[in-house]
Design a protein around this ligand. Structure first.
Ligand code: KG4
Ligand code: ZN
Length: 332
């Protein structure tokens, strides 16, 4: 079964074709990063307009790359929540129009569930390994999800203020780095000394929750005082380590407490090379099985939406054409 996935929740217009929920035939992402870099962050109105321009060419490219035509598509999966409403509406309108004309099912997918399925797309045998833990770290979310089965989630830890990606982006801006900040901090940090500056780690006692607002204040105070005296690479590495240490420690604690031995990471921040390295070391030391999606499945993409949609369809969860878009929608 070929599922066409559509993703437009933020600033990436993406379309993908995934066969049987596991084989990626195409995964096209039209990034708007350069456009939003002019403003130092995503401008919702600009994102919506760009999705309108990009949607049809991106769909055509996804079919061409998969060597398929619309007649070979059996169902459409589209992100309808959470995200920027204007942006979501573009993808949802395209999906509904196509499903109506092609007379095929349409499935609306929670973007967060899409990120979860980027792991299952990477490692389909995960569906035999429930319960599993997923650290979902993106621009808008930071949470530890316990997945007990397909579609069965509980959130066992989450951020109380900023998301990890938000912390990376705000920190990067204070360091004078361009948008999107996360990948730029990552690149600089790779040749920096992570022990050069001691930034705070918020442990929040016994909980599995996160907080990055103190770190944000700390980097603001530091950059104002330092005035460029410390090597930028060292600041980036130290700042990144403060985020990575907490993410690794909390996921380790979650695994210890739950007795769950399969852990995954997902979302844009999961692309961070420092986080990946630290997670691998922790997993080996703790005897845990770790799954990390390839970078193109960590950041926003439609293949993960198609995969999540496929599993929903297998469970008879197709939607009717009147579904809405939602700015906020937690998993579980
Ligand atoms: O999942 P995603 O593409 O979009 C959302 O759902 O939010 O995540 C975007 C976030 C941004 O904050 C971006 O700076 C961050 O992921 N990010 C990274 C890296 N690549 C993307 N953060 C740190 N290191 C990276 N290599
Ligand atoms: Zn995302």
């Amino acid at each position: 079964m070929n599922v066409l996935g559509i993703e437009t929740s933020c600033d990436e217009t993406s379309a993908a074709v995934v066969s049987d929920g596991r084989t990626i035939l195409s995964n096209i992402v039209a990034s708007q990063a350069d456009l939003h870099a002019l403003y130092g962050g995503v401008v919702p109105e600009v994102a919506s307009r760009k999705h309108v321009e990009n949607m049809i060419p991106t769909l055509q490219e996804a079919l061409k790359t998969a060597h398929l035509s619309y007649q070979d598509i059996h169902a459409i999966a589209v992100t309808n929540r959470p995200g920027l409403l204007g942006a979501l509406l573009i993808g949802v309108s395209a999906a509904k129009a196509l499903a109506y004309v092609l007379k095929i099912p349409v499935i609306c997918v929670n973007h967060l569930e899409g990120h979860v399925y980027s792991n299952i797309l990477t490692e389909p045998s995960l569906t035999d390994a429930f319960p599993i833990l997923i650290l979902l770290v993106s621009g808008g979310h930071t949470q530890i999800i316990r997945m007990n089965g397909q579609g069965i989630y509980s959130i066992i830890g989450k951020t109380r203020d900023d998301a990890a990606g938000e912390a990376f982006d705000k920190g990067a801006r204070l360091m004078g780095l361009p948008y999107p900040g996360g990948p730029n901090v990552d690149r600089l940090a790779s040749s920096g000394n992570a022990k050069a500056v001691r930034f705070p780690r918020a442990n929040l006692g016994d909980t599995l929750d996160f907080s990055f607002s103190g770190l944000k204040t700390s980097i603001r105070t530091f950059t104002a005082k330092d005035q460029g005296a410390t090597r930028m690479e060292d600041v980036a590495a130290s700042f990144q380590a403060a985020i990575v240490d907490v993410l690794v420690e909390k996921l380790k604690t979650a695994a210890e407490r739950s007795g769950i031995t399969t852990i995954c990471i997902a979302g844009g921040v999961a692309a961070n090379t420092g986080l990946q390295k630290a997670m691998r070391i922790m997993a080996i030391n703790q005897g845990l099985r770790l799954v990390i999606p390839p970078i193109e499945l960590c950041t926003d993409n439609a293949a993960m939406i198609a995969a999540a949609g496929y599993y929903r369809l297998q469970n008879n969860l197709a939607d009717t054409l009147d579904f809405d878009t939602l700015a906020n929608s937690p998993l579980g």
